[in-house]
Write a protein that binds this ligand. Structure first.
Ligand code: MRU
Length: 350
């Protein structure tokens, strides 16, 4: 599988996901500004992948600052942190990874700036390798919920491309296939950015996993025809009460799944939870350029001057979710109380 993030010496190579599936090209980042631009421009996307890329952006900032005084180093690092965090507002993994990098520097006060540089690179590597391990753990737990034969609908791309490797929603599908289950996937195309059509289909085909592309508005018909056994999606931020922000269109699928009594699963690492937010209403929703709606592959498809609204994410209320699958456990019918137990488990190192 092609990797979304590669490290070569002191450079970060990010797979340019805007060009998939027709071209495989990497964008080279040699400083944190390059990484911030790549996140903003969607070269790299998907909550965990954005977080890991930003961690390497912080490591690049440390390299640029290694000859400065400790005061300048911390100030420069804080500037990089703000710059990276401001690129995309919804996926909390970005803030989580940047804060983790900042904290590492802040808690190593006795060290030289050159030592700080090494420590920050090591921490970024750790964030990246942990992400793969975490995805494999949650995928193993999630695969237990998948029957021997299943037709699975997914939305957007929550796969290896959206993470450092293996994936969350698609990781569960991969694990179920590895267990010789008979799995087929429906990939919703995910208008307007088409992560499903461009990325999920490609990723599944790379692994020879049967995948069928559908337009987003076909999901209800498929469910009505009993062609979907379950839905699995990823998440960009999960509030303390279990409300989930994920790619626009997720909420509609959850409502449809409920109406057709089809299980609706969310797969996400603990780094996607934001326990500081009481509910999904507090999650900031990114609004993107109207050109994503008015143009298709560079060609105008809507009248010049038309009024547009382009929210990139929506909120699925916890009540519509059958279970949230994390690396430390599966929370069925998530509620504030059950997630509090999950958080307590975290504090006690479960
Ligand atoms: O705008 P994107 O492509 O970054 O949105 C990605 C998603 O919504 C994914 O479903 C989510 O980040 C989970 S990725 C494991």
């Amino acid at each position: 599988m092609v990797k979304a993030i590669r490290i070569v010496g002191e450079k970060i190579l990010l797979l340019d996901q805007r060009l998939l599936p027709t071209q495989i090209q990497y964008v080279e980042c040699s400083n944190w500004h390059d990484v911030a631009q790549a996140i903003k421009k969607m070269v790299v996307r998907g909550a965990p992948a954005i977080g890991a890329a930003a961690a390497f952006g912080m490591a690049l900032a440390a390299t640029a600052l290694k000859k400065s005084t400790q005061k300048q180093f911390l100030a420069g690092l804080a500037e990089a942190a703000e710059g990276l965090k401001s690129t995309r507002p919804t996926a909390v993994n970005l803030m989580w990874a940047v804060e983790r990098m900042l904290n590492v520097a802040r808690t190593q006060q006795g060290k030289t700036t050159e030592e700080w540089e090494n420590i920050l690179w090591a921490e970024a590597e750790k964030i990246a390798s942990e992400d793969i391990a975490v995805n494999k753990k949650l995928s193993a737990l999630g695969a237990e919920l998948i029957p021997q034969q299943a037709r699975i609908l997914t939305h957007c791309n929550a796969g290896a491309l959206a993470t450092v490797g293996y994936g969350t929603a698609l990781g569960i599908i991969r694990r179920a296939v590895e267990q010789n289950k008979e799995i087929s996937v429906f990939a919703g195309e995910t208008r307007p950015y088409l992560q499903g059509a461009r990325l999920t289909t490609w990723e599944m085909m790379q692994d020879n996993i049967p995948v069928t592309l559908i337009a987003d508005n076909m999901a209800g018909f498929l469910m009505q025809q009993r062609q979907v056994d379950l839905v699995i999606v990823g998440a960009d931020r999960i509030a303390a009460n279990g409300d989930v922000a994920n790619k626009i269109g997720t909420y509609s699928l959850a409502v449809l799944a409920k109406a057709h009594q089809i299980p609706f699963y969310v797969a996400a690492p603990i780094s996607t939870f934001d326990f500081t937010l009481q509910d999904g209403g507090q999650i900031p929703i990114e609004e993107r350029d109207e050109a994503e709606l008015t143009h298709f592959a560079g060609t105008r498809i809507a009248p010049d001057g038309v009024c547009c609204y382009n929210p990139a994410f929506d909120i699925t209320p916890a009540a519509l979710i059958t279970a949230i699958i994390t690396e430390i456990g599966v929370v069925r019918q998530p509620t504030r109380e059950s997630l509090m137990h999950l958080q307590e488990g975290l504090q006690y190192g479960v």
